[in-house]
Design a protein around this ligand. Structure first.
Ligand code: HEM
Ligand SMILES: N[C@@H](CC(=O)c1ccccc1NC=O)C(=O)O
Length: 282
């Protein structure tokens, strides 16, 4: 028997004492009274708490993703891609984390979920303002999806701002021009609220980057970060779709869409289209 193993850590009461005069505590700094009192199930069903917690945790992670993405876009606009790459790498790690959380949700069977689904009324992920703002800032501009926030002023402001601003990809293409690439004005000065239209000029620009990486190293590295981000995002979408199919089959969604058919369709969306098509052209 190795008697160097400890069964407890030596700490005196003095060491771990805390009283209000000492100022900030763990719980007050993290506002845990507010966060931990915000789970209010509408049913007596065991699994509803898990359903609420997963969504709340996802919204917290989304909040951080938006914070990182806004800052990353601002850095690219300033021509400073190195800090932006760190932020995008962090977003990609958070996305892995979000994708993993589908496996927790999948422990809920159809019977478990259907036992409280009626209580959810017409509420749905369609109404996630942070998710919509995140998608808009990533470049998936579909203005119609902003309409569900019309009656919520804070959500609407967040989503509208994201819709009206240039996306990560828009700023990347403007950065490429400042690096010496040539792109048409219809790309660098487009109407930001409109869906992005893939262009041959942009694909040719990426081709040049991938064929002469040492000359365009910064753009090359950045392009790969974008591809990483899009792949992670796609994995989140795919796992959402598959988990939804596993739990509700091909029922319609509470938000009014066809359900899985809508989520499958969304898998076709490309955020950085030419970065994918260029691969065939190399
Ligand atoms: C039992 C679990 C879930 C089911 C059955 C489900 C089902 C659906 C369905 C059917 C839609 C399409 C919209 C509709 O008609 O309602 C949708 C959209 C959405 N869900 Fe879920 N979902 C689940 C969990 C989650 C979780 C944990 C999140 C994480 C935040 C989430 C986020 C979203 C988002 C953001 C959308 C909008 C997607 C888009 O417009 O592309 N869902 N969900
Ligand atoms: N759209 C889901 C309901 C749902 O998942 C949901 C309901 C309320 C709050 C968040 C939800 N999650 C994501 O869509 C359904 O059709 O069952």
């Amino acid at each position: 028997m190795n008697d160097s193993f400890k069964t407890s850590v030596d700490l005196s009461d003095e060491d771990i004492h805390w009283s209000p005069e000492d100022g900030l505590s763990y719980g007050s700094y993290l506002q845990l009274d507010r966060i931990l009192s915000a789970q209010l199930p509408l049913s007596e069903e065991h699994d509803e708490l898990m359903f609420i917690v997963i969504h709340q945790a996802s919204e917290l992670w989304l909040k951080l993703c938006l914070h990182e993405l806004d800052a990353a876009i601002a850095r690219v606009a300033d021509g400073d891609t190195r800090p932006a790459m760190k932020m995008l790498a962090r977003i990609a790690r958070i996305q892995e984390n979000l994708t993993q959380s589908w496996s927790v949700l999948a422990t809920m069977t159809p019977s478990d979920y259907l036992s409280f689904r009626d209580k959810l009324g017409q509420s749905s992920g369609f109404q996630s303002a942070q998710y919509r703002a995140f998608e808009y800032r990533l470049g998936n501009k579909n203005p119609a999806l902003a309409r569900v926030f019309e009656n919520e002023s804070d959500a609407s402001a967040l989503v509208e701002r994201a819709l009206a601003a240039p996306s990560l990809y828009d700023e990347t293409l403007r950065f490429a021009v400042r690096q010496g690439m040539t792109l048409p004005r219809s790309v660098t000065h487009r109407e930001w609220r409109e869906p992005y239209e893939p262009s041959e000029a942009v694909e040719a620009m990426w081709r040049e980057v991938y064929l002469d990486t040492s000359r365009w190293w910064e753009l090359y590295e950045f392009a790969e970060k974008l591809v990483d981000l899009e792949q992670k995002f796609q994995q989140w979408r795919f796992n959402h779709m598959k988990t939804v199919e596993r739990i509700i089959g091909f029922r319609r969604g509470t938000g009014g869409s066809g359900g899985v058919s809508y989520l499958v369709k969304a898998l076709e969306i490309r955020l950085f289209p030419e970065l994918w098509t260029v691969r065939t052209q190399l």
